[in-house]
Design a protein around this ligand. Structure first.
Ligand code: HEM
Length: 494
């Protein structure tokens, strides 16, 4: 066993994230019983202190575990929990430590966050497209980038964005015809692309640019997915349709953005949208045009597919659980009382929110996240050398029966304030945790809540396909194709 060598992290937080202001779901929580610690039940078979990571058996020479990971990534990560809290896998020549214990993940993200930086497989690939934006930048750059961007996501701005979200959902669903079949995935991606683009650029002069971004985004995200899958630098240069569309649409977004940025610069009126915040945050940057582009692409990449996938998964769950659909309708009827959903309804739509949180537990769009040890440190009794690649899967962690009893059951009531436990709150990583926690969490939740409110107060969606098909683990955990028949809801007909 190597000597336990630990460099103290620059900014250690008290254990268990008790001062983590980036709280998980559930405003008030039941305290754990004295016999347990967060993420761990008494009699747990894996003590959190181990000397060495457990090597995952079954590695193949040269490729390691790549084949079993590629064959079935979700069950691969679910299985790893059986081997121990830290499991070493091999991906080609890379050795990666997979954390299977929520408490250790909280150490990496919150308690010892100064010892771990963004890095690893996922980050390297996203950087190809999103450059040095907020999602992928290193800790040092992040400390400079995040504070000036935070105002764009403040509560007061969210009220303005909510109206845009609601109106976009109304406009989209107004085009539905009774009895029509719509592809919910395509519809929700259109909705969230439109909502994010319009929150980015609110000035009337930027309307065309916002629409262009929303139009270009599907091809950019599709191209990004392939670039993430294909190793090496050759793929992006191949004259394939996917690459041509990616290049063409990226160029269009760049041109539209340049025009609107130029307009904001030459007409310095008080713009308060996200773009204005991004422009002023990068005023002193050596290449401000590239920095603004990186940040805008980051917001779009991080915000559009994630929120769309969440809404589609939630509708699938609502479709598969008629008693939950009935309760949702009752809540919408009582809270909205015939009015259009708006920002002030959000806090009262408690059950709608519980549905979304439970959806994010079972189907977290960010189904695996990566970090790199920035310094020699320790996790429990395990020495972690600087440079160690760390990976964890919120999808697998959220299905740990010790933290979430009956983990495969869709049960929105587990997030009711009378039932939610501190272990559950701290074992929920759909938005990450710590200082790299999702900056758009409230934005995404508001957009998804308003979309569910608009859809379910006006329409009944019938799912012709069995709603329990397997998720598609892409850059985001995507639902399978979701065609639905749309019928006006009884209250909408009245
Ligand atoms: C349901 C919707 C969403 C989910 C599930 C989600 C999930 C996440 C997760 C898991 C992270 C942390 C990644 C890590 O620790 O490595 C993250 C970060 C981030 N998200 Fe979201 N996200 C959502 C919506 C949004 C929206 C709407 C936006 C912007 C409009 C956004 C922008 C970002 C950005 C910029 C970061 C990087 C934050 C930082 O490092 O400081 N996200 N998101």
């Amino acid at each position: 066993m190597p000597p336990l060598h630990r460099t103290s992290c620059p900014d250690r937080h008290p254990p268990h994230g008790m001062t983590d202001h980036t709280t998980g779901p559930g405003a008030s929580v039941r305290q754990p019983t004295p016999a347990t610690t967060p993420g761990r039940a008494a009699g747990d078979q894996h003590p959190s202190s181990v000397a060495q990571p457990v090597p995952m058996p079954g590695g193949v020479p040269l490729v390691g575990h790549v084949l079993s990971l590629a064959a079935s990534p979700l069950s691969f990560f679910e299985r790893l929990g059986r081997f121990g809290p830290i499991v070493e896998i091999r991906l080609g020549r890379r050795r990666v430590w997979v954390l299977t214990d929520a408490e250790l993940v909280r150490r990496v993200l919150v308690t010892d966050q100064g010892c771990f930086d963004k890095g690893g497989l996922l980050n390297e690939k996203i950087r190809i497209v999103a450059g040095n934006g907020l999602l992928t930048c290193s800790g040092q750059s992040h400390a400079l980038q995040r504070p000036p961007l935070q105002p764009a996501f403040q509560h007061a701005r969210l009220a303005d964005h909510s109206k845009v979200m609601r109106d976009a959902a109304l406009a989209l669903t107004d085009d539905w015809l009774p009895g029509q079949t719509v592809d919910l995935g395509t519809e929700m991606r259109r909705l969230t692309a439109e909502v994010t683009a319009r929150a980015l650029i609110t000035a009337p002069e930027g309307r065309e640019a916002a629409q262009q971004i929303a139009r270009s985004l599907p091809d950019i995200l599709h191209g990004l997915y392939w670039r993430m899958l294909m190793p090496g630098r050759l793929f992006p240069r191949l004259p394939l349709p996917v690459n041509r569309r990616f290049d063409r649409e990226s160029q269009r977004v760049r041109q539209s953005l340049n025009q609107v940025v130029e307009h904001y610069r030459t007409h310095p009126v008080a713009h308060t949208d996200m773009l204005a915040t991004v422009i002023s945050a990068n005023a002193g940057h050596p290449t401000p045009g590239q920095a603004v582009y990186d940040q805008v692409v980051t917001f779009l990449m991080a915000g559009v597919e994630t929120t769309a996938a969440t809404i589609v998964w939630a509708q699938r769950m609502i479709g598969a659980h008629p008693h939950i659909a009935a309760r949702l309708r009752r809540e919408l009827h009582t809270v909205l009382d015939g009015a259009l959903p708006d920002h002030e309804h959000l806090s009262a739509l408690k059950f709608t929110r519980q549905i979304l949180t439970e959806t994010l537990r079972l189907y977290p769009p960010g189904w695996f996240l990566t970090r790199t040890a920035a310094t020699d440190t320790a996790l429990g009794e395990t020495h972690v050398p600087a440079g160690t690649e760390i990976l964890f899967s919120p999808y697998a962690l959220h299905r740990n029966a010790r933290v979430f009893p009956r983990p495969h059951t869709f049960d929105p009531d587990r997030w009711h304030p009378s039932r939610v436990t501190i272990q559950q709150r701290q074992g929920f990583f759909a938005f990450g945790a710590g200082r790299r926690k999702c900056i758009g969490d409230a934005f995404g939740m508001a957009a998804a809540t308003l979309a569910l409110a608009v859809i379910n107060s006006r329409w009944n969606l019938r799912h012709p396909a069995a709603p329990h098909e397997a998720p598609l683990p892409r850059t985001v955990l995507m639902p399978p194709s979701t065609p639905v028949y749309v019928h006006p809801a009884a209250s909408a007909r009245a």
